[in-house]
Design a protein around this ligand. Sequence first.
Ligand SMILES: O=C(CO)COP(=O)(O)O
Length: 251
Amino acid sequence: MRQNIVAGNWKMNKTLQEGVKLATELNDILASKKANCGVVVGVPATHITEVVKAVDTEKIGVAAQNCADHESGAYTGEISASMVKSTGAAYVILGHSERREYYGETNETLKVKTDLALANGLAPIFCIGEVLEEREANKQNEVVKSQIEEALFHLSAEDFAKIVLAYEPVWAIGTGKVASPEQAQEIHAYIRSVVADKFGAEVADNTTILYGGSCKPSNAKELFAKPDVDGGLIGGASLKAEDFAGIIDAF
Ligand SMILES: O=C(CO)COP(=O)(O)O
């Protein structure tokens, strides 16, 4: 069954102490009222162990924001999928547009990262999405299709079924310029059709596709009401427990 999920991406924000405080506040909110969707927080690698301790991981899954494209060895500064798994994280965000843009991640490296994440029992939250010029040239479908094709089409249907997709139009990230619910629905339905063509209708129907980009408590309900929008990947609004809880409340 397709799961609705609201996932936070804290990006490079919060000290360890601030992060534990935020996670604790969110945990307290969700202890008193049950969420009608899965909840995930994507935290800096330095915070994962403590956030895992601070929350009820049955209610709040913890995600890393990246993992290495090598298993282990002489890769100074990198963190492997097995290391991430050993912290208690259940998810890893892969292919965020900021990593593609600033750290040179390609579909080819993301293919390797996805394999390593899956081999180590982590569920990838795999990000795709076009930049503004591509949207203006009406190339968004082409772009997301090639991102999925090049990084994920080698997977078995069984492995693909473990992946959460996140459609994040780069022009909407951190800009306050949210995609309209209609724009989101249109491309989410297209993404689902790409998945169906390759992995079959059942896998496609069960795939969770999140929307990300300036999603807030004030616009989440309208976006999540669309049949192919199964929740959100939230940046700025995940940094305050009440705002993030407000988005969870949209379900
Ligand atoms: O990049 C995002 C989540 O991964 C979205 O960020 P904002 O919600 O801050 O626009």
